[in-house]
Design a protein around this ligand. Structure first.
Ligand code: DGL
Length: 277
């Protein structure tokens, strides 16, 4: 069999750099597989865009990942998971290829949130798109109907992070503002989901404005464990994933710019290739 036909990486998609915080944990948990990361940096951020636009962009990128050999794609982006995942799963996959799968990051997070709160009050910090979709409210209700969920949209955080301005004084102002808004809604919140894969980059800054008893949950490790369990439950998918331990990176924007910031997010040197949309 040729190399091409046996190369079936797991696709990891994000609007930009955020998904790298998830990829990093997935690779740590399961280094044996091949991974293909795609960041749609040319069109990021997705957070303030309409349902139609996020769906259209996400589907286009997922199709590119399928064409590059992926059979399984993880949307490592809450906004895409909230606004595009269900339509892709229900409407597009049966047509594109019934053996292909697309997973998101919201479900694995909501499945375990009950283990992290004593007060039953959970906060979600996310993009405007994720918050307005109501996906976290709906999904948490399914697993833990007694948990109360409070949300805060943080529309400035992704642009600040994508522009590498998250260490600046200006960023501090927006971080404080949104964390305080969330806690004002319910001071007894004791667990907060970082419902955007960019936010782990500012986790220390978010912590500064929270009482010590509040647990902050990043999705990287949660999604990595969820994916491992998924592959265990679905041997028919697992067997298709190639296992040479190769991690490749693609961006829809300038590779030099991507490599510089991606290295910060991923914690290792990144050399990307360009994907023309
Ligand atoms: N990392 C994406 C998420 O998890 C950021 C969305 C954006 O591009 O605004 O929602």
């Amino acid at each position: 069999m040729s190399k091409k036909s046996t190369y079936k990486p797991i696709g990891i998609f994000d609007s930009g750099f955020g998904g790298l915080t998830v990829l990093k944990e997935i690779v740590k948990e399961m280094p044996q597989y091949d991974y293909l990361y795609l960041g749609d940096n040319a069109r990021a951020p997705y957070g303030s865009r309409s349902f139609e636009t996020v769906y259209e962009y996400t589907l286009e990128c997922v199709n590119h990942l399928f064409n590059m050999g992926c059979e399984l794609v993880v949307l490592a982006c809450n906004t895409a998971s909230a606004k595009a995942l269900r339509t892709i799963q229900q409407k597009d996959l049966p047509r594109i290829g019934p053996n292909k799968r697309v997973l998101g990051v919201i479900r694995p997070t909501t499945e375990i949130i009950g283990n992290h709160t004593k007060s039953g009050n959970v906060g979600v910090l996310g993009t405007a798109g994720t918050v307005s979709s109501g996906s976290y409210l709906v999904e948490i209700e399914k697993f833990f109907p007694n948990i109360h969920v409070y949300q805060e949209a943080c529309p400035m955080w992704v642009p600040l992070i994508e522009n590498n301005e998250h260490q600046s004084e200006g960023a501090e102002y927006f971080i404080k503002k949104h964390v305080e808004h969330l806690m004002q809604q319910q001071p007894n919140i004791d667990a907060i989901i970082l419902g955007c894969t960019h936010y782990p980059l500012i986790i220390d800054k978010i912590k500064k404005y929270l009482p010590d008893n509040v647990q902050l949950l990043s999705q990287g490790t949660i999604v990595a464990k969820g994916l491992k369990e998924y592959l265990h439950r679905h041997p028919e998918m697992e067997i298709n994933c190639s296992k040479s331990g190769i991690v490749s990176f693609y961006t829809t924007d300038l590779t030099a710019t991507f490599d510089k910031s991606a290295t910060l997010f991923y914690g290792k040197e990144v050399k990307s290739k360009h994907l023309a949309l």
